[in-house]
Design a binder for this molecule. Sequence first.
Ligand SMILES: Cc1cc2nc3c(=O)[nH]c(=O)nc-3n(C[C@H](O)[C@H](O)[C@H](O)COP(=O)(O)OP(=O)(O)OC[C@H]3O[C@@H](n4cnc5c(N)ncnc54)[C@H](O)[C@@H]3O)c2cc1C
Length: 440
Amino acid sequence: MDTPIVSIFWFRRDLRLTDNAGLYHALKVGIPVIPLFIYDSDILEQLSDREDRRVQFIHQAIESLAESLQLLGSYLLVKHGKPLEIFSQLIQEKKIAAVYTNHDYEPYAQQRDAAVEHYLNKHAIPFHTYKDQVIFEKSEITKPDGKPYTVFTPYKKRWLNTVNSFYVKSYPTEKYTSQFVTMPPEPLPTLKDLGFRETDLRTPGKSVTEKIIAHYDKTRDYPALAGTSRLSVHLRFGTISIRQTVQLAQKLNVTWLNELIWRDFYHMILYHFPHVESGAFKPAYDYIPWQNNENHFAHWCAGNTGYPLVDAGMRELNVTGFMHNRVRMVVASFLCKHLLIDWRWGEAYFAAKLLDYDLAANNGGWQWAAGSGCDAAPYFRVFSPLAQLQKFDKQYLYVKKWVPEWESSNYSKPLVDHEFARKRAINTYKAALTEYKNNK
Ligand SMILES: Cc1cc2nc3c(=O)[nH]c(=O)nc-3n(C[C@H](O)[C@H](O)[C@H](O)COP(=O)(O)OP(=O)(O)OC[C@H]3O[C@@H](n4cnc5c(N)ncnc54)[C@H](O)[C@@H]3O)c2cc1C
């Protein structure tokens, strides 16, 4: 019997069947489509903790995708290994007309995709890729001279002037689901097969009540309130669509829309300035002589700094894999400025713990706090963790939830004195920036 011709749609950060750009284009062609997901061993092998909430989140999302495909009479082809080797196997087993996928802007993903494209093209198989996880990508929003923006406010203005219904329209993927290959389901790998164990993951809901978004501008800074969407992990893995999310933001709240534009902005920065993955956006900040005291770092990680808002945030992160944005800013600033610990240490700790970990947003957030980022907090602005507590957790509800021993004699003494640390940070930064200037 002749092997039938098929196309492949490769899922990555877009784990959904609805409003999926690349999937829509694959299905519309009329050639039966095999949906594929690869547990990329190059990524999984780097995770030192075998109880990883993100791996479990992805595993659940894959099971749910597979169930939905089964209801459509199809299946999800799930592989575990190095993507290039998987494609080399697949082209031996199947007659592949084309491979479709959505863009990924992280440096590792770009290299991986270039290698896969090169390999497929050598076998005369086109590799079609689409924008899906952001509204504007790469150089779609640039300064009038064509260079990328490095300051958020003018970028946002241009973003808002350019966006129209075309950019946020959903792809009607559901119209073409009859184009999935018809196949009985195949068994999926278990977490154990992948080398991981069950975690205490509590999967956040995929939707948000309109009331939360409608009041977002008033509630978003208060960690004790349910005042933000908690959609970050779903936007990270594409279990919801950014276009549908932006449609909601346009209808309900411009402040929330602003945050979604920050998300596009940081993806654009990472794409144009991939050096930020390992170095400061502003090179002068690589001159800062970090103290990197390991004992202080351990206290920060465990939430035992003696500063209640910092400790509450770190404990929330350790227990749930989530931390409120206001508190992320405070703990990050505290690590870099109060403790003079390299922002990369904090970034890596967040990368290991956050369920919504996203290289572009996390790096952007850390470099903002450290002052080294493209549009960052000025170096001389040092958050007072106590003033932040008085302002954003006035009734201490958040702090009491995560640090029950606060105000008792069992609570740790402050690791550093605020006024001493503030002056030391300003002097250290100032000296480093001057040294850079003099050496240039
Ligand atoms: C040091 C630091 C590290 C961070 N690391 C991450 C990370 O790894 N992954 C991540 O998604 N966000 C990160 N953020 C941004 C922000 O804290 C989270 O997106 C937000 O807290 C998630 O909660 P939410 O879904 O309720 O967000 P909401 O306030 O409801 O915002 C809606 C969505 O907008 C996006 N968003 C919001 N704020 C930002 C921002 N400042 N930059 C980029 N996107 C944003 C997220 O996708 C978020 O889900 C970080 C911020 C800081 C200061």
